[in-house]
Design a protein around this ligand. Structure first.
Ligand SMILES: [Zn+2]
Length: 129
């Protein structure tokens, strides 16, 4: 079920709103997600609104340079980014939703990002089935 959430980076310069179903939350074991501890909630652009902070964001890219790993250049938090798996969508880091109880963040989906090509193919097959 879609619900509304507000989120932000740690220093508060970046703020956003989303409408999302947190049961879609997924964890990824790729090199960058593991180190950042991101819990992904992937939403289409129409369910995402950047309230403030566009100029505070900077971008880290690597490998195929498809993903745009945006983060706040002041506090270093990674509240959302454009993922390689869905470059037309936005992956919000559920850990950056305001007031979220970390004990409730239990991802039921898993993306094997350390084997990215295979994981993406398996995901597409699931979506088409
Ligand atoms: Zn910040």
């Amino acid at each position: 079920m879609l619900e509304s959430y507000q989120g932000s980076c740690h220093c508060g310069r970046v703020q956003f709103r989303i409408r999302a179903d947190l049961s879609t939350m997924l964890e990824c074991n790729c090199s960058v997600c593991t180190k950042k501890g991101i819990l992904h909630v992937i939403v289409p652009p129409e369910q995402f609104e950047l309230v403030r902070g566009e100029r505070e964001l900077t971008t880290y890219q690597f490998n195929t340079n498809t993903a745009q790993h945006t983060f706040c250049r002041h506090c270093g938090m990674h509240p959302f980014y454009v993922p390689r798996s869905d470059p037309d969508k936005i992956s919000v880091n559920a850990r950056c939703l305001d007031g979220i109880d970390p004990a409730e963040l239990r991802p039921r989906h898993f993306f094997d990002g350390s084997n990215w090509e295979e994981a993406q193919q398996a995901r597409r097959r699931t979506e088409e089935a």
